[in-house]
Design a protein around this ligand. Structure first.
Ligand code: SAM
Length: 284
């Protein structure tokens, strides 16, 4: 499946290559290879109108990596990654493999409803010999009970021990009718004390009125016409998703401001306002 040449890769079973999909567009933003012409065409249109899609996707991926490393540093060894996407470089199990010695086990459950994400993750986990500690289930994260009760989830996750639950760049695909606060509450309630909740979410943030904000609003309108409509939320709504869990320092901030480990270039700095993120811990 080659991205650069606009060739038509063979689609895994169940993959609709006629309509753009959020998972594959995001893969293209990150420079991945699991996308089709329809996704690239959509992605390029977004980029022309709103040049922050790629720097924003990188901010998001880097935040996710820092949050996983932080959870590992706190001793957490179980991860559930909701809306995990196409496993482009830097996915959760890769961060874990890079951080932990081979003989120190951790467990990962990936969850995505997009067939190409599931097909590709399955192949990667098999090729890497990681299937005894990492798995993927095809499910809609808006049905927490289905996710939490799935046989693969039960095989891999011990719910009496802390879990790092990740909702990274996925909740903005849940609309008001989906009751995102209720969804997240159900997940929070299922987890043991010491668990962590990692959230990132697209937003108008505190951006000044102007071209960049207009471009983002236009982009959201375009996603509304795909199979993955998008909803922006403000900071207060995102803070509420953490419920009574304890927000870890530095709280709910823009992606590159959560425990940064590098300097930003000018475009990366301009992309800063358009998402919020945070990590919270379940009190004892
Ligand atoms: C923007 S990508 C983010 C990927 C990854 N979490 C990251 O941040 O690098 C969003 C992913 O969420 C998935 N997704 C959207 N809504 C979902 C739902 N209701 N249930 C499961 N997956 C969903 C999409 O298929 C896509 O793969």
């Amino acid at each position: 499946m080659t991205e650069q040449g606009d060739s038509a890769p063979t689609a895994p079973e169940g993959v609709d290559t006629e309509k753009p999909s959020a998972a594959r567009i995001y893969d293209w933003y990150l420079g991945g290879t699991q996308n089709w012409a329809v996704d690239r065409e959509f992605g390029r249109r977004m980029e022309r109108q709103w040049p922050y899609v790629k720097p924003g996707a990188r901010h998001n991926r880097e935040f996710m990596n820092r949050a996983v490393r932080s959870a590992l540093g706190a001793g957490i060894r179980q991860f559930i990654d909701l809306g995990s996407g196409v496993p482009t470089a830097g996915n959760v199990h890769e961060v874990i493999a890079a951080e932990l010695p081979d003989d120190e086990p951790a467990k990962v459950v990936y969850v995505d409803y997009e067939p190409v994400a599931v097909a590709h993750a399955t192949v990667i986990l098999e090729e890497e010999g990681a299937t005894d500690w990492a798995g993927i289930i095809q499910a809609d994260m808006r049905s927490p009970k289905t996710v939490l009760r799935a046989p693969r989830t039960r095989e891999l996750i011990d719910f009496t021990q802390p879990v790092c639950l990740m909702l990274v760049a996925v909740l903005h695909f849940a609309g008001p009718d989906d009751d995102p606060a209720g969804i997240v509450r159900t997940y929070r309630d299922a987890l043991a004390p010491g668990s962590r909740l990692v959230i990132s979410h697209m937003s108008e943030g505190d951006a000044e009125p102007g071209e960049a904000l207009d471009g983002l609003r236009w982009l959201v309108e375009q996603y509304r016409n795909t199979s993955n409509p998008m909803w922006l939320r403000d900071r207060d709504e995102i803070v509420e998703l953490f419920g009574d869990w304890t927000l870890l320092e530095p709280g709910v901030v823009h992606l590159p401001d959560w425990r940064p480990d590098r300097r930003l270039n000018a475009v990366e700095a301009e992309a800063r306002p358009f998402a919020w993120c945070g990590v919270a811990e379940k009190p004892a």
